[in-house]
Design a protein around this ligand. Structure first.
Ligand code: PEP
Ligand code: MG
Length: 893
């Protein structure tokens, strides 16, 4: 028989940490903490299987559930020594959702459940604190009314404001028991008005209402959207956790707080957290009161004047610190914990793997390897490859002048400048126009996430290091300054003011999420240092990976950047990109527009010396590492002149008249340039172009050899081939030129000739093509275009519809479609290898820098991936993870 309910408490539990699929993350960890003997209030978890059952059976529960819940509740009553619904000594519980992965958008928490008009009096007597009891009851009505009954927040807020106004009070803390009773009466009236029925007075009805609300929230729109964005299947379901209440708001010997076992911003091995005295759960994250630091060090570092827990509750702090060490040793990872102190007794309410910045993740991984907690391979697996992006970006130039107008909390590191906007919508709109913006809010909420994503940085005036803005920004890798309380934001007027300074919407500000500083105007930045933990971890990654990582680069700057980031050669040098410069493009246009071979050769002669010099520089920077040079592949529309002025310029350079140029441009115009006269088709029509390029390559290799003694082995790559014939013809041109250069220079250059695999035909004919090609590089941009039959240039107009409709989970131009395009890659790799055992295989489409695509490349056994310079470290790490995971899978099989 299926077991639907798992109990925990009294130092034992029916569940375990490895039962996340069944108990959800929160439930599994509550069980694990109980088993570890940590002080966890007793409770039980209703499994995710109930959620699945619920949806499969018309929102009913399995017949046994009622009995199992009753038995588990009785066990909680026995442990705590109270009774659910008892007028004298009532048990109160919290009800929380808890899926496998933490999931914002679902019902979060109902606290103080079990309070009624009757039991509240019992609580008042037992606690000896009527104010506390009635405050708890009104919180319950508000939470339950909102999340379970669906009554809008503002109704409750209006009532509270009215009572405060009537009594002339400004702060919640000034309300007495009688005041809260008036609030309660008002709240109950709100519920009755809104729903046409009274607030439920039966604790069982409350409990089942809350359980039903959790399960129902699994299918609300926000949860569905979140699941879609994060690849979480609906079939997982959520669990429900019911747990005895403990109170952090029963007086000054009570508190509630959240903490990280290490600093989540820097990774330092220092206890890091915040607490509030005499407060309940959500008060800490709500950002309404300013939280206090746990440690004296934390307090000093943040210039806080409020006492640290280490000072105000030294004994409890000592216990909490012990719990911290125990949890870290047990989980072998940084934990994010929630706790409550009730009358000087510590209770643990949650532990989970803590979210952290990329810098912190690196430091924690490297430190934990050093501490012997994890292996180097585990360390490498701990870092999300994409998160490295956060470290590769600029920080403020320390020498730059700055006009600091305020200092908030350093909530998420990195520096950003941009125009001030006040709403998520404005941020998104500005981002669409390519404008950099800083989203400035009093505080943020889940509705703002799209704007936070669109913004370069986030600034809030309220809330702590664990506020919504801080947590979300860190997760996204956006710089964030939170809780800059001196700033006054006036949404209506569209201004931020501080001590006589006024910043208006659209003015540029700079924030430094590493220091918390807010500055006027744009402040210059400098490039990051890639030493220390970064270098150490990347060193391990390099040891564990099998695939090489090259870069797509054609300029000396890109090539140097990529080398600095650890590129092991160039996997794609797009020669047409070498001609975008204003002074070169005229010669290229002249070449393209020439209508005779003679005309083309004249233009090519102008280009040749520049091209040779380009290759000399690249070869020198790459110091003997492989350099793959792709012969010209210009989609013509990117190069044809548009305006009359441009036409005139070309005509002048070619010594011809503008009409002729215009006529030729019309002739060359294509309806589908992405599938037109590009790639090797151009080489077939005009072999003199590839001839010039081949000559420039060989002459550059000879020149570098003669100057530096460095042997260069160029890999010459022919684009967009679909047949062996194309390659045979063009390889013959290259071989001839190689011979000519060798003869003229007296130096023979070793080289390879290969092709890009960008067409389905090429993939299928890979066996034949490999008879000529000595290497393949998968051009998955074009291969995706040609496999799907979706134009790279036009996809933007309908791809979003495809993603919304769930046809594409990801943009296939970003993440490789492993099923279709990947199948072609696999076929080509196999057939190529069958023909030529040592054929070199690589990828140079955008997917070469995308971690999940890189995992696929490892699976099909490519020799290298090639990506843009800034993604090189990401690719190195992803390749290492792919190798480690592959090895683990193989040893398990
Ligand atoms: C490709 O098609 O994947 C490729 C790398 O070439 P390009 O993007 O230049 O067409
Ligand atoms: Mg291509």
């Amino acid at each position: 028989m299926t077991k639907w309910v798992y109990s925990f408490g009294e130092g034992k539990a029916e569940g375990r940490a490895d039962m996340k699929n069944l108990l959800g993350g929160k439930g599994a960890n509550l069980a694990e903490m109980s088993n570890l003997g940590l002080p966890v209030p007793p409770g039980f978890t209703i499994t995710t299987e109930v959620c699945t059952w619920f949806y499969a059976n018309g929102k009913q529960y399995p017949a046994e559930l009622q009995g199992e819940v009753a038995a588990a509740l009785a066990s909680v009553e026995r442990i705590v020594g109270t009774k659910f619904g008892d007028p004298d000594n009532p048990l109160l519980v919290s009800v929380r959702s808890g899926a496998r992965a933490s999931m914002p958008g679902m019902m979060d928490t109902v606290l103080n459940l079990g309070l009624t008009d009757v039991t509240v009096a019992g609580l008042a007597r037992r606690s000896g604190d009527a104010r506390f009891a009635y405050d708890s009851y009104r919180r319950f009505i508000q939470m339950f009314g909102n999340v379970v009954l669906g009554v809008d927040h503002h109704h409750f807020e209006d009532v509270l404001e009215e009572v405060k106004r009537d009594r002339g009070l400004s702060y919640d803390t000034e309300l007495k028991a009688e005041d809260w009773q008036s609030v309660i009466a008002g709240y109950k009236q709100v519920v009755e008005n809104e729903l046409g029925r009274p607030f439920p007075q039966d604790p069982q009805e409350q409990l089942w209402g809350a359980i039903g609300a959790v399960f129902s929230s699994w299918m609300n729109q926000r949860a569905i959207t979140y699941r879609k964005l994060h690849d979480i299947p609906a079939s997982w379901g959520t669990a429900v956790n019911v747990q005895a209440m403990v109170f952090g708001n029963m007086g000054d010997d009570c508190a509630t707080g959240v903490a990280f076992t290490r600093n989540p911003s820097t990774g330092e091995n220092l206890f890091y957290g915040e607490y509030l005295i005499n407060a309940q759960g959500e008060d800490v994250v709500a950002g309404i009161r300013t939280p206090q630091h746990l440690t004296i060090a934390g307090k000093d570092a943040n210039g806080s004047t409020l006492p640290a827990m280490e000072e105000s509750m030294p004994e409890v702090f000592r216990q909490l610190d012990e719990v911290r060490l125990k949890l870290e040793r047990h989980y072998r990872d940084m934990q994010d914990i929630e706790f409550t102190v009730q009358q000087s007794k510590l209770y643990m309410l949650q532990t989970r793997t803590g979210k952290r910045t990329a810098a912190a993740a690196l430091k924690i991984a490297v430190d934990m390897v050093g501490e012997g907690l994890i292996s180097e391979k585990e360390g490498v697996l701990r870092i999300e490859p994409k998160s490295l992006d956060q470290l590769l970006h600029p920080t403020l130039d320390p020498k730059a002048k700055r006009t600091i107008i305020a200092k908030g909390l350093p909530a998420s590191p990195g520096a950003a400048s941009g125009k001030v906007v006040f709403t998520a919508e404005e941020a998104e709109k500005a981002a669409e126009h390519g404008e950099a913006v800083i989203l400035c809010r009093v505080e943020t909420s889940p509705e703002d996430i799209h704007g936070m994503h669109a913004a370069q940085g986030i600034l809030t005036t309220r809330g702590g290091m664990t506020s919504h803005a801080a947590v979300v920004a860190r997760g996204m890798g956006r710089p964030c300054v939170a809780g800059a309380g001196e700033l006054r934001i006036d949404y209506k007027r569209g201004t931020i003011t501080v001590r006589g300074v006024e910043v208006k919407a659209g003015d540029v500000v700079t924030i430094d999420g590493s220091t918390g500083e807010v500055m006027l105007g744009e402040v210059p930045t400098i490039q990051p240092e890639l030493s220390g933990n970064f270098a150490e971890l990347m060193g391990w990654a390099d040891r564990f990976r099998r695939m090489k990582v090259r870069t797509n680069a054609e300029t000396p700057l890109d090539a140097r950047t990529a080398r600095k980031f650890g590129a092991e050669g160039i996997g794609l040098c797009r020669t047409e990109h070498m001609f975008f410069d204003a002074d070169r493009i005229i010669a290229v246009r002249e070449m393209i527009l020439a209508d005779t071979e003679g005309g083309r050769r004249a233009a090519l002669a102008k280009i040749a010396p520049m091209q040779r010099q380009d290759f000399v520089e690249l070869f020198k920077i790459m110091k003997g590492l492989p350099v793959t040079i792709r012969l010209l592949d210009p989609p013509l529309h990117e190069f044809l002149p548009n305006s009359d002025a441009e036409m005139a310029e070309v005509a002048k350079a070619a010594g011809t008249d503008i009409q002729k140029v215009q006529h030729r441009a019309v002739q060359l115009h294509e309806a589908n340039p992405m599938l037109g006269h590009r790639g090797c088709r151009l080489g077939i029509s005009y072999p003199e172009i590839y001839e010039m390029q081949a000559r420039a390559i060989f002459e550059a290799a000879v020149a570098v050899f003669k100057e530096t003694g460095e042997t260069v082995t160029p890999e010459i790559m022919i684009p967009l081939a679909g047949t062996k014939k194309e390659l045979d013809i063009l390889k013959a041109v290259i071989d001839r030129v190689a011979g000519e250069v060798a003869q003229a220079s007296g130096h023979t250059v070793d080289y390879l000739v290969g092709t890009m695999i960008e067409l389905p035909r090429a993939a299928l004919q890979a066996g034949q093509i490999a008879q000529t090609a000595e290497f393949f590089s998968f051009g998955t941009n074009d291969l995706t275009q040609t496999t799907f039959g979706i134009s790279r240039d036009d996809a933007g107009s309908f791809l979003p519809d495809y993603q919304r409709a769930g046809i594409f989970e990801h943009d296939p131009f970003v993440t490789l479609d492993t099923e279709g395009v990947g199948e072609l890659v696999k076929i080509a790799a196999e057939r190529g290898r069958n023909t030529r055992g040592d054929i070199k295989l690589g990828i140079c489409g955008e997917h070469g820098g995308d971690p999940s695509s890189i995992y696929f490349c490892e699976k099909v056994g490519l020799d290298y991936v090639s990506c843009s310079p800034y993604r090189v470290p990401i690719a190195r790490l992803a390749a290492a993870q792919a190798a480690i995971l592959g090895e683990q899978a193989a040893s398990e099989a």
